[in-house]
Write a protein that binds this ligand. Structure first.
Ligand code: DC
Length: 222
């Protein structure tokens, strides 16, 4: 049976997570939040107190990550860490450890394992370039740094997490730089990706564009 794959890559707070989740729901596809795997590894590293420079031990941790995804909830062992992994501290650590090639390698099988019938929507930084280069539709979502900082600020406040918009903007710039300049699987649009700038599009409009592009892709095949 043919398994369709849609990849949605882009920088932090471009809206890719929300868009990918809704697109997956509408199509009754599975959903992979690949950033969550880097965040889970970051949380494990911080909690275990291992040296953040010990790349071998961090990769070992990533390889044996006791994670579970249940609907909207993410578990590390038996603990529901859905909210705990969303903090900026974890996001920044995730971006740092994501630059370690052995960590990326360790998380590869876990990610490709999400490829199940009838289809998958995967969001991250290297879904279309490295993990699912065979994807049927590749989307690259962008938005200006000011818009993304504002979105992230609102998201954190809604979750009751205190935030400062200037610090958030600086963190985003730093994280973009690290994610785009790393040697292994940097954040970049795949040559065959379609770029959507969401600065002036809301979630609903972006979802509709992605669904429309997917319908066209399927039609052009038959
Ligand atoms: O999408 P996110 O903000 O939850 O991701 C957290 C960090 O994980 C991000 O700064 C870079 C890293 N990441 C990655 O390198 N590759 C992915 N496919 C997903 C996330």
């Amino acid at each position: 049976m043919n398994i369709s794959i849609i990849t949605i890559d882009g920088p932090t707070a471009s809206g890719k997570g929300t868009v990918a989740r809704i697109v997956a729901e509408k199509l009754h596809f599975h959903y992979l939040d690949s950033g969550a795997l880097y965040r889970l590894t970051a949380l494990s590293v911080i909690r275990s107190g291992i040296n953040p420079d010990d790349t071998g031990q961090i990769a070992e941790m990533a390889r044996n990550l006791p994670c579970r995804f249940e609907k909207e909830h993410i578990f590390l062992g038996d603990e529901d860490v859905t909210d705990a992994i969303r903090s900026e501290t974890i996001g920044n650590m995730a971006s740092k450890i994501a630059a370690i090639p052995a960590v990326r390698q360790a998380l590869t099988d876990l990610q490709t394992g999400f490829r199940k019938a009838p289809g998958l929507v995967a969001d991250g930084r290297d879904m279309g370039t490295v993990i699912f280069p065979e994807a049927d539709l590749k989307i690259f979502l962008t938005a200006s740094v000011d818009i993304r900082a504002e979105r992230r600020y609102k998201q954190l406040l809604e979750k009751g997490i205190p935030a400062n918009i200037d610090n958030l903007r600086n963190d985003l710039i730093e994280r973009d730089k690290r994610d785009t300049q790393r040697q292994t699987a940097p954040l970049v649009a795949a040559p065959d990706a379609i770029t959507l700038d969401t600065s002036t599009l809301n979630i609903q409009e972006t979802v509709e564009r992605v669904l429309d592009l997917f319908a066209r892709t399927i039609r052009s095949r038959s």
